[in-house]
Design a protein around this ligand. Structure first.
Ligand code: AMP
Ligand code: ZN
Length: 125
């Protein structure tokens, strides 16, 4: 399912400014903010402004914004304290559907960095 905005979607409400978030980036297509329940020292969410429920609902017209989400992830991570390359790095994750651990049905990329973010992943980010 896909529509421009969804009334009961928490990320659409953040995009609309109806719910506060610690934003680290916003442009005409995407928004990024700190996860309210961080699973690593740095835990950002990168979210398209269009309401797309899951990765399984992505259409060809969405490919550009998904690429933008991936491409901006390292820059936002390093700007917000991820340890620099070559020794440092980050982790990007997208949960898809109930079996994939998705809780918010508006597509989002998790960006994790800091001390051993993979422990958070093991707990089911
Ligand atoms: P997922 O399980 O992949 O759907 O992840 C949803 C994520 O959204 C979780 O890590 C939550 O902590 C996060 N989250 C839920 N509500 C908010 C909110 N209001 N602001 C920031 N992050 C949120
Ligand atoms: Zn939404």
């Amino acid at each position: 399912m896909m529509s421009e905005h969804s009334e009961n979607c928490i990320f659409c409400k953040i995009i609309a400014g109806q719910i506060p978030a610690k934003k680290v980036h916003e442009d005409d297509e995407i928004i990024a903010f700190h996860d309210i329940n961080p699973a690593a020292p740095l835990h950002l969410l990168i979210v398209p402004k269009t309401h797309i429920e899951t990765l399984a609902d992505v259409r060809p017209a969405d490919e550009a914004v998904l690429g933008k989400m991936m491409a901006i992830a390292p820059r936002l991570a390093f700007e917000n304290g991820a340890p620099p390359m070559p020794e440092g790095g980050l982790r990007v994750i997208m949960n898809v559907g109930p079996s994939g651990g998705q809780e918010v049905y508006h597509i989002h990329l998790h960006v994790l960095a800091g001390d051993k973010p993979w422990r958070g992943f093991a707990q089911g980010i």
